[in-house]
Design a protein around this ligand. Sequence first.
Ligand code: GLU
Length: 435
Amino acid sequence: MSNVRVRFAPSPTGFFHIGSARTALFNWLYARKTGGQFVLRIEDTDKERNTDEALQVLLEGMRWLGLDWDEGPEVGGDYGPYFQSQRNEIYDKHLEILRDKGLAYDKEGAVFFKISEEPQIIEDQVRGRVERTEEKDFVIYRSDGSPVFHFVNVVDDLTMGITHVIRGEDHLSNTSKHMELFKGLGAEPPVFAHIPLILKQEGQGKMSKRDKGALIGEYQERKFLPNAVVNYLSLLGWNPKDDQEVMSVDSIIEQFDFKGIQKGGARFDEKKMAFVNTEHLRALVPQAFQGLAREVLADLDIKEGDYFAEVMQLAQPKASSLETLNSYVDYFFKDDFVRQQSVLEKISKKGDPKEKIEQVLAAINSVEGWTVVEIENALLRLARQHGQEKPFAWFPTIRWSVSGLAGGPDMIPMLQVMGRERVIRHLEKAKKLLN
Ligand code: GLU
């Protein structure tokens, strides 16, 4: 264990935004990398928005991503309470400290902090050296008696022993105020690392909650793998060595450092995220893939002892997502799949599909054992009868007949797994459709 203490300090709004998740992740990575503590602190001073429901959205999102916290809601810890709404006594005590030092005074009902007017030098771990001088005393308690963000944020970081503040770049402009407050309270400010904004996929500006792909719940619903989302989020502003893209969470923890974090904004890229997810899906051990596949294919009502495992072995290396898995494999498990008209039109341009189906039926009739080798030999014989070396000219028609699609698993293994009876049934049905 090290003395590193980092925190994620969200204000629950009912949405778990990708930017918040990325901030949580970078803090978590740093804690796990250094053997430090990851604290979850809820900045719930806005009573209207910070409902329990909103909190649950956040906690659920964190749990789904696997970002476990060492201290905070539900787990407790020695530095609680972990909700700002429960820390008023602590804030008041710190206000007294400032008053005793002559650094807080009342004006027009509010309480002001008296600044030092000294330049504040932030040795930011990402931005480098940033210098800024506050010019005006600022409010720390409003006239209704409630403490403001800057004050509670600093008092919490101080009293929770936070050593590193890793947060969005939008807070960089607050940091000189925060440094003033730390010093005013007689404390050494923590190390700061301001991480770049996440930019919209296209156009200008920060990703907002209305942008597609901006909310973690969306990925949860779309059956993304949480480790893939973590992997992609880690790339939003952090650059591992050798431009790696697909990484396990353990490998990200091992490699994570401030040096790899870029200054400029990180552009969201939906395609890359989907790619990372596909790669994680294909890399799962077959049992894990099959467990997840069973859940998303529940509608197909696959019986135990069906050829599920064989189909999944064909599908896993080719599947792009769990979200689309059903339409990728449904024809293995039901007879009433749709044969796409557009695919038929395409293959019809290269000869009469009905004739091809008849030829294939004749060729596979003679297959004795339904093995990959024998199916292949039968189709090779068919090709040679027509003066061709390979049977590829028949493949699109076969595929359309047995799946209705233009793409899918490798042809011969697919036919083998489907079984003779099913293949013949589908070919006959397709032939009938063409009458
Ligand atoms: N509640 C603040 C936010 O969500 C926390 C800022 C910080 O991390 O210091 O932006």
